[in-house]
Design a binder for this molecule. Structure first.
Ligand SMILES: Nc1ncnc2c1ncn2[C@@H]1O[C@H](COP(=O)(O)OP(=O)(O)O)[C@@H](O)[C@H]1O
Ligand SMILES: [Mg+2]
Length: 345
């Protein structure tokens, strides 16, 4: 958790007003070159440097050292030309990189938007399916169970065979009813639409308390969770749901702590005036943990990360063998509101 990219971002971000423009640096450097040249010419005139050099080089003329000043002059012009070419090249490269970075940023944003849309479509379809199962199949199953109960009552004294069949029918109907109930709950969490996210999560955790009596669960929720987009609400629910499913699979006897907090986001330099809330979900258990350096199967954690990143958030996992398991997701509270589909009538 220590190498939080948001922190490193903040450290490396330079305030735009403090960055000197390349043009002003060029002008300043050229001015320095001119000042140093004029100073050198003045010193040369004061100290008769050429005359001294001439007197000195005349003695070693056989080595052609008297040609040195001219040669050095050509060399310095050549070096200046070389430096200028490299400078132009570096600027061109910088511009190309900037264009590519902007392109990558745009593609990333588009990718996030599409992933978000895909998840929303999936949730929409799940909700639709849950409603269909409840309204259509549920009603008919209920009718079948009621009819079977009536047959059971009518045949009780006269038709033992029909009575037995009707009992089987009632049993099958209630089995299918329970199965469909489970499917509906998985497709669309109970209470999420009616009572909101905190109640739905409490209900979900209560379910696990019953199913895993050897584990202990604590759920802490702080802040206001109304007004979130449906995409964010369902994402937060699915994070906890998958995290608790993982606890049941890999850390069934452990102590599990779930936190969901809405808090003002850490402000970055240059964004002091912007007040943005973020939702932070953390789940930690003290179970056997996992070696994160080893390749892992499964799609749960990948799906969690994808959901969070599609909403412009960050997802981190921390664990070590015998050291428990922890995940933390941070998502901007207004995530997904802009992409909210128009209500369907
Ligand atoms: N709470 C946990 N405790 C220990 N290991 C875990 C926990 N949650 C996840 N893991 C490890 O991470 C792996 C990936 O989890 P996940 O992506 O949910 O896949 P799956 O649940 O299908 O195995 C698991 O196989 C397990 O090794
Ligand atoms: Mg899993």
């Amino acid at each position: 958790m220590s190498n939080d990219p948001s922190n490193s971002d903040a450290t490396h971000r330079t305030h735009p007003t403090r960055r000197a423009s390349p043009h002003s640096t060029v002008a300043r450097d050229l001015a320095w070159v001119l000042v140093v040249t004029v100073a050198a010419a003045a010193c040369g005139a004061l100290l008769d440097v050429s005359e001294r050099a001439y007197r000195w080089t005349r003695g070693v003329e056989r080595f052609q050292l008297d040609e040195l000043p001219g040669t050095l002059c050509v060399l310095s012009v050549g070096l200046a030309w070389f430096a200028w070419r490299r400078y132009r090249e570096a600027r061109g490269e910088l511009n190309r990189r900037r264009v590519l970075e902007e392109q990558a940023e745009r593609l990333l944003a588009e990718n996030r938007r599409l992933a978000n849309q895909a998840l929303q479509a999936q949730e929409f379809e799940r909700r639709h399916l849950a409603r269909e199962l409840h309204d259509e199949l549920g009603q008919y199953l209920n009718a079948i169970a009621l009819d079977a109960a009536r047959i059971r009552d009518l045949s009780a004294a006269r038709e033992p065979e029909i009575h037995r069949v009707s009992l089987g029918l009632i049993q099958s109907a209630s089995h299918v009813y329970r199965q469909i109930g489970g499917m509906i709950r998985r497709l669309r969490p109970i209470g999420l639409d009616e009572f909101g996210l905190p109640s739905a999560l409490e209900h979900c955790v209560d379910g696990w308390r019953e199913r895993l009596p050897e584990a202990s669960f604590s759920l802490t929720i702080e802040g206001d969770f109304t007004g979130l987009s449906d995409a964010l609400t369902i994402t937060l629910y699915r994070l906890v749901q998958e995290g608790l499913t993982n606890v049941s699979k890999f850390a069934s006897g452990s102590r599990v702590e779930v936190f969901m907090v809405r808090a003002p986001r850490e402000r970055r330099p240059g964004q002091e005036d912007e007040v943005i809330d973020e939702i932070v979900v953390t789940m930690a258990d003290d179970g056997p943990g996992a070696d994160l350096a080893k390749p892992r199967g499964g799609l749960g954690l990948i799906g969690m990360r994808e959901r969070v990143e599609a909403l412009g958030g960050e997802f981190h996992v921390a664990s070590k063998p015998d050291g428990g398991f922890l995940f933390c997701a941070r998502v901007p509270a207004q995530a997904g509101l802009a992409d909210e589909p128009e209500p369907v009538n």
